[in-house]
Design a protein around this ligand. Structure first.
Ligand SMILES: [Zn+2]
Length: 528
């Protein structure tokens, strides 16, 4: 009897408990649904993405580490966050060579007059306010490094071309569409042979591609001409100069080819180059960090992440203006619809990702209290497209957690996302890797490609007009939703790693990626 009574009592208790749990569950679902709906409404009716893109990309411009534009962007972001009532700060993590890009003018004067399309590489020295006129020589195909030393005095008083002349300025998909198969095959074969021969030509000088411009500079050359074609119409990748006194410029394929053929045919073209730039000594570098304090678990963190810096021949629009704007917009919306998060929400806008994830690596080194209590970090950095890939980065339980977080996302946004669980840990490529390396849950929100690698990534055409704002809106909403769900999750993300198996070639166990050290002072001059 007693047993029965107890059973009955406990049965009633169970029903009551179950009722409370169900009510709580439904209430949570309703709350989640409300927040999700509010996120969609805010972004649909009141998106700030275009306004911010214009201010950042047209107004401030590209954000090369060490430039005044980078610092201007850091300050702009802090002000934006302040205007939304979000606490933000610039955290210094290192120093870099300070440099400000000025004008680049490259003109052909002979055999006819034409202004050429080209620009100085990042950190190129200036021509001190005047245009330098000279003939051009092409780096020769010498027998060996001794022959190169004998040839070297030839460069005195001349510009030197050190890049191969491309056999076509048309991208492969254009050939694919219109050429006969024989013709396209022939082109590819020729190009492979030419590329190989050019690599040998450079290596026979006895110098690396980094040292060669420095050697030419020391021998009295007046400037270095390069063409780093990015396999598309009108696109070149623009990286840094290694010269310290004479300008290094990239000339667009069409004009580079013209000059190259004129030199080869003995027409002896003469060009003039003026590069203005300012050497600003050594300047401090910053990460911009913004924060919405958690209420229940303020010392646990969910992070939004995107590098803020860029290369500087375009506007750094898709690398990584779009990731930056996605995270800022997600923060703005979260502050409106979820102002009292369970865990603390942080966003990291990193400096100097392009030179080796330096800002995020420095943050990992400087903020163990955040890294140790990181619930999840969402990074976006591969262009303007809709997010379609999420990997579990080799964390054993990533599938369980991320699936739960994605459950709240409307199906029109999540159905095209391909998830890979548990996946394998990313060793580099962008800032999430700085966190993964120390075993903290950093995830990459992988976007659709939109011809990123040829047309915008590190190119002179990475500009506002390439942004797909509908995709960006989708990404800002998705990020806000994932952050919200990760903040609310009752469970803490476990850091167990999967067994990565054995390397088939070496027979050795595959290692988790090692932590990279932040370069706190740059750039480092090449030594070989
Ligand atoms: Zn990037």
């Amino acid at each position: 009897m007693r047993t029965i009574q107890k059973l009955r009592f406990s049965y009633t208790g169970c029903v009551a408990k179950l009722f409370i749990i169900v009510c709580f569950f439904i209430a949570n679902q309703v709350a989640a649904q409300t927040v999700i709906e509010k996120i969609v409404q805010e972004e649909t009716k009141n998106s700030q993405l275009q306004t911010m893109a214009h201010e950042l990309l047209d107004g401030i411009g590209p954000r090369l580490v060490g430039t005044p534009q980078m610092k201007k962007a850091n300050d702009w972001a802090v002000e934006k966050y302040a205007s939304w009532g979000i606490a933000a700060r610039n955290e210094q993590w290192g120093e870099w060579k300070g440099w400000e890009r000025g004008i680049t003018h490259i003109d052909m004067l002979s055999p006819r007059v034409k202004s050429l399309e080209g620009t100085q590489l990042s950190w190129s020295p200036s021509t001190k306010g005047k245009a330098v006129k000279a003939e051009i020589v092409i780096i020769p195909d010498v027998a060996d490094s001794l022959a190169f030393v004998n040839w070297l005095p030839t460069v005195k008083g001349k510009f030197v071309m050190i890049s191969m002349n491309q056999p076509t300025g048309r991208p492969d998909d254009n050939w694919q569409q219109f050429a006969t198969k024989e013709s396209f095959d022939k082109l590819k074969k020729e190009r492979t042979e030419m590329t190989d021969a050019w690599r040998k030509r450079l290596s026979k000088t006895g110098h690396s591609s980094r040292m060669l411009p420095i050697v030419l500079e020391k021998a009295g050359a007046l400037g270095i001409l390069t063409n780093n074609w990015s396999n598309g119409f009108g696109v070149d990748k623009i990286f840094n100069a290694y010269t310290t006194k004479i300008p290094t410029v990239d000339i667009a394929l069409e004009d580079y080819g013209t000059l190259y053929r004129l030199v080869e045919s003995g027409d002896n073209p003469i060009i003039s180059i003026q590069t203005d730039s300012k050497d600003l000594g050594t300047v401090p570098n910053f990460n911009t960090i913004a924060e919405i304090k958690g209420t229940e678990k303020p010392d646990e963190y969910v992070m939004l992440s995107a590098h803020f810096d860029s290369w500087d021949a375009g506007q750094g629009a898709t690398d990584n203006g779009t990731g930056t704007l996605t995270m800022m917009e997600a923060m703005r919306i979260l502050k409106l619809v979820y102002p009292n998060p369970k865990r603390t929400i942080l966003v990291g806008h990193w400096g100097s990702e392009e030179q080796g994830l330096n800002g995020s690596r420095a943050f990992v080194e400087d903020h163990p209290e955040v890294v140790d209590k990181l619930q999840a970090l969402f990074n976006q950095d591969n262009g303007t497209g809709r997010i379609v890939n999420i990997s579990g980065q080799g964390f054993k339980y990533a599938g369980e957690f991320i699936t739960r977080w994605l459950a709240a996302v409307p199906s029109n946004m999540k159905d095209s996302i391909k998830t890979t669980f548990p996946g394998s840990p990313g060793g580099g490529g962008s800032d999430y890797a700085s966190f993964v390396a120390v075993g903290a849950p950093g995830f990459s929100l992988g976007a659709l490609n939109w011809s990123y690698f040829n047309y915008t990534w590190h190119t002179n055409r990475d500009t506002y007009d390439k942004i797909i704002f509908d995709d960006l809106k989708n990404n800002a909403m998705l990020t806000a939703m994932l952050v919200y769900m990760a903040c609310e999750d009752n469970a803490t993300f476990p850091r167990d790693k999967v067994d990565l198996g054995t390397n088939k070639l070496t027979g050795q166990p595959i290692q988790w990626p090692a932590q990279g050290k932040a370069m706190r002072k740059g750039p480092i001059a090449p030594t070989n």
